[in-house]
Design a protein around this ligand. Structure first.
Ligand code: GTP
Length: 302
C-alpha cells in the first residue's frame, strides 16, 4: 500500500538529514530538495495544489533549520510529520463505530454515492457484514434503477449476507425506492438502511439532480462517497463535482490493495476536507480497514 508515496517521503527525510548534518539549510538547499520531492509527489498522484501547499509549509519550516548534532533522522521525520498534520488539521478523524453509536434515531440511513465500478456495492456489503457482526439489522435500497443488472448484483451480495433488498422495476424513481426501504425499516424495527445509488456520469446534470432528490427524500444520516484509488486524481475531480450537488459527509477509498502510488489519499484529504472512514483492501467482505490521519502519516514516514 502506498509504497511509492512512502518512498518519496523517505528519500526526502534522508536528503534533508544528509544536508543538515553538513550545515544549516539555505533557501537554495531547501528549494533543491523540495523541487525533487514535488516532482515525485506529482508522479505519485498528489495533485498540484496539494503538492504546492505541502511544499510551501515544508519550506517555511526547513529554511535555517539546525538539527541537533548526532541526532538521527527522527528529528527530520517529526518535522515532516508535524507539517503534514498541520496541513490536514481541519479534517476530523471519524470512527465509524462511534458515529453509528452516536445516531440515536432509527433507522440510521446511509446513502452511498460514486461512479460505476468504483466499488459502491462491494463497500455496502462490507459495511453490512461489519454491522451484522455487531448485532445490528440492515436493509438495502436498490436505488440504482438505471443500470441493467445492478439490482441482481445487489441481490447476489444480499443473499450471501442474509439481508433484504427493497427494489422497484428498472426505470422507476430511485427516490421512491429509498423512501420504501426507510418505511420498511421503520415497520420492521430494522436499525440501518443502506441506499445503493446508480453510478453516474458526474457531468450528466439530470442524473445528478435525480441523486439530489434521493438525498432530499431519504435525508441520510451520512452520505458516503466511494473513491476508486486506481482512478487517481480523476476520482478527486468526480468527488468535487458530486459535492456540488450533494453534501458528502464521509469518504471510503477502495482498491488500495492494488494501489502503490498513494497520492490520491493525500489529495482527497486536502482538497475535499472530508474524513476518510475506511480503506477497501480487497474483494472479500472483511477487506476493510479503518482509516485515520495519524496512522496514514506515520505509515508514510515509517
Ligand atoms: N481489489 C479490490 N477490488 C475491489 C475493492 N472494492 C471493490 N472491488 C472490486 O471492484 C469491482 C467493482 O465493484 P462494485 O462494488 O461492483 O462497484 P460499484 O461502484 O457498485 O459499480 P456499479 O455496480 O457498476 O455501479 C468489483 O469487481 C469489486 O470486487 C477493493 O477494495 N479492492
Amino acid at each position: 500500500m502506498f509504497n511509492r508515496l512512502k518512498s518519496a517521503f523517505s528519500s526526502l527525510v534522508k536528503a534533508i538529514g544528509d544536508a543538515v548534518t553538513q550545515r544549516e539549510l539555505t533557501e537554495d538547499d531547501v528549494n533543491k530538495l523540495l523541487g525533487e520531492f514535488e516532482e515525485r509527489l506529482i508522479e505519485y498522484d498528489v495533485a498540484l495544489d496539494t503538492a504546492e501547499a505541502l511544499i510551501s509549509e515544508l519550506k517555511a519550516k526547513l529554511i535555517g533549520v539546525k538539527v541537533p548534532r548526532f541526532s538521527d533522522n527522527d528529528y527530520v521525520k517529526a518535522l515532516v510529520r508535524d507539517t503534514l498534520m498541520n496541513l490536514l488539521s481541519s479534517i476530523p478523524d471519524v470512527d465509524f463505530d462511534e458515529f453509528i453509536k452516536g445516531v440515536k434515531k432509527r433507522p440510521i440511513v446511509l446513502l452511498f454515492l460514486g461512479p460505476n465500478g468504483y466499488g459502491k456495492t462491494t463497500t455496502i456489503a462490507k459495511l453490512t457484514n461489519m454491522l451484522l457482526k455487531r448485532g445490528m439489522s440492515v436493509v438495502w435500497a436498490a436505488a440504482d434503477t438505471y443500470r441493467a443488472g445492478a439490482v441482481e448484483q445487489l441481490e447476489g451480495h444480499a443473499a450471501k449476507l442474509g439481508v433484504r433488498v427493497i427494489k422497484h422495476p428498472y426505470g422507476s424513481d430511485p427516490a421512491s425506492v429509498a423512501y420504501d426501504a426507510i418505511e420498511h425499516a421503520k415497520a420492521r424495527g430494522i436499525s440501518v438502511v443502506m441506499i445503493d445509488t446508480a453510478g453516474r456520469m458526474h457531468t450528466d446534470r439530470n442524473l445528478m439532480e435525480e441523486l439530489r432528490k434521493v438525498h432530499r427524500v431519504s435525508s441520510p444520516d451520512a452520505s458516503i462517497f466511494i473513491v476508486d484509488a486506481l482512478m487517481g486524481n480523476d476520482a478527486v475531480d468526480v468527488a468535487r463535482t458530486y459535492s456540488k450537488y450533494i453534501p458528502i459527509d464521509f469518504v471510503v477509498v477502495t482498491k488500495v490493495d492494488a494501489y502503490v502510488k498513494g497520492g490520491v489519499i493525500l489529495t482527497l484529504l486536502y482538497e475535499l476536507k472530508k474524513p476518510i472512514i475506511f480503506l477497501g483492501t480487497g474483494q472479500g467482505y472483511d477487506d476493510l480497514i479503518k482509516f485515520n490521519k495519524l496512522d496514514f502519516i506515520n505509515k508514510l514516514l515509517e
